[in-house]
Design a protein around this ligand. Sequence first.
Ligand code: AHR
Length: 823
Amino acid sequence: MRHSWNFGSLAAMTVAAMTLATAAGAAGGRLTIKADQPGVKISPMLYGLMTEEINHSYDGGLYGELIQNRVFKDDPTAPIHWSVDMRDSANGSIALDATQPVPGTALTTCLRMDVTAGGTGRGLGAANDGYWGIPVTPNTTYQASFYAKTDGNFKGPLTLTIESADGSRIAATAAAPAPTTAWKKYTVTLKTNAAASKGSEYRFVLSAKGTGTVWLNQVSLFPPTFHNRPNGNRADLMTLQAEMFPTFLRLPGGNYLEGGTIADRFDWKKTLGPIEQRPGHQGPWGYRSTDGMGLLEFLEWCEDLKVEPLLAVYAGYSLGGEHVDPGPALEPFVQDALDEIEYLIGDKNTTWGARRIADGHPKAFPLQYVEVGNEDAFDRSRSYDGRFTQFYDAIRAKYPKLQLIATANVTQRKPDLIDDHFYKTAAEMERDSGHYDSYDRSGPKIFVGEWASQDVSAPWVDADKKGPTPSLSAGLGDAAWMIGMERNSDVVVMSCYAPMFVNVNAGARQWAVNLIGYDANASFGSPSYYAQAMFGANKGDVVLPVDVALADIPAPALPHGKVGVGTWGTQAEFKEIQVEQNGASLLPVGGGSWTMGSGEWKQDAGVLTQSSATNGTDALIGDANWTDYTYRVKARKISGNEGFLIKFHTLDSANYVQWNIGGWDNSRSTLQRAHDGSLEEFGGAAPLKVDTGRWYDIRIEVQGMKIRCYLDDKLITEATDTPSVPPTFFTTASRDLKSGDVILKVVNVESAPRSLDVNIQGVNGIQETAMSQVLTGRLTDVNTIADPEKAAIKTTTLHGVSSAFTHEFPAYSVTVLRLKTKK
Ligand code: AHR
């Protein structure tokens, strides 16, 4: 689905007739659903949304404001995003001015325009470049507003224009009254002309004709918003969310709740009322927040999507490490949380319920879940147990029906839910799909408050190198993960992917992989988005047992791979590398050539030196198909914390086996296996310390699955390398109790289609037609602004369905079949 600014549409899904067919060569198997044996109830709130101000999610994203730096506080030294426009002989300058606050508001810094010559045109202009452009659609009405005053010399007039960045094409223009010497707010309507071309290559200009000084503040421009809410949201992004069928919105974060410091937390009371009363604050993701998206706007966003707010309250810990000790110091923060809850659900007789009503929302909001903090396991002071207890006791005493969520393990109180977070590769998500299968059912329920498959280990570091949205491969990992959550929905009662939004312009994002992308003008869902939309629309009420018997599952290949060397925070030298098989060298004469991975590597006179302090350096050599060899290398530590990483059975820098000699601060030796960058230990560990400056003889013998590791001819580790076949086929079935529909979800991560004999037992019969949704493509497929539906849902009507039919599940696909039962 492609969505355009202002023109969000409902999912336009292809509906076509398709008969059941099986391609020659598809692998086979059987799949049996036992519809008369309903299992666990699926939580009605299983799928929701998570939000925070990251990647310009609100300012430059969902929040409709188009002017960047509207109150001139984004940089205390210059009016960034504003430039002076001196056309038609106009002359003058613009500058920040902190000496002219607007009385009774939070508007303390303004823009001063000194006009020395009005020229022959519209005058001296202050031009704003918006959030990577001002979006224009033809025939559209925009609302501008601004505060202005003059020095008495300037007599006006003012002109507002939306025009191409070079000023050559005018999309809309309107006159504003001449300001006076007292600050006043002005509102002006602009309508783009029918011939204006749609795009985001525009800017906004406020021009002053005459001579003298004009001061401006809170210069704002809004396009039409979702449900025409004043100070509202982009319609296309709201529509994309609605089409995921979410049930709740976790707000306001994430790290954004906590802030970098206590002073920069999401201080909800400062986000209420008219926008001129909101001071804004520094967000934790490197840019300032207008707080135009304030607490009430978050709640109205929920209302517009018909979802419940899941309210996260600030719990006394901020990202930079500041925390508030439990006890009297924490009391004001606990009271603040109680006030916030009251703002949502209190009636007119309560202080904060009355404030909500005064702010324009008489009706209380629905609220069942309150989360105390965010990722408090990172609080090194270990104060969360005490902090949670204090919040828990106060909230429970006043609002006994609210469900309370802890963000880390606690011992003094039993939370109703624990918030678990998972950011992993697609392969890891697939392998971990059964994560909650063995979860202790007497423990707290689970809220998977952040999760995502992503092919990056530090998405905050590699923000601009990967993404900005996930590939189909990640979408498959996500779907496999959702299958596991759904099957375990007796404990996993809620979940939400993170982060949800990303402005795809260069420099706009702080996180590599995100669900929904956009620029100023258009937006798109990623394959992961579509997978969630399929699951959200087809959840069902109870899980049904599914038996799957797959034919032709490949046997695991014998361990194989190249060899290599590496280090962890350590400088080292390596020499005399030999790889022998049956007495013959596998390395070519002269040694062959190395592939250097991370680290600083140098080869000189037969010695390979790694001189950086990087964690996880590697240099590889050889053939990925090598098996059964003896690998010898001499190694010497030059300096650093640890010893050597000696690699074998290695495919690439992310998939390998290594002997870690002197790991864990130079204390142990162990074997480790990496799948797509994530490491697991195997074969036991032994204490071991590597001495600096001493050459060690390292020998690794691999024979079939057997591994023997020697240091200076002494056997240190002996183990079996048993690579498992990672799961590639995932299923779950459910029943919609109202319609009686049996819903089958299948994720096929195999490179070939799989044709299964599907049997539905325990029903009176299955109707001849069924709804099928499929998401498929190449693993590397990504959606973009230019190609928004490369991997998107295809909906078809299947014919020839019965309680026993054959169906082919394409390679690399997510399939939902909705089978109608006979009464
Ligand atoms: O989703 C991005 C960030 O990841 C969230 O702010 C934080 O809670 C987590 O570490």
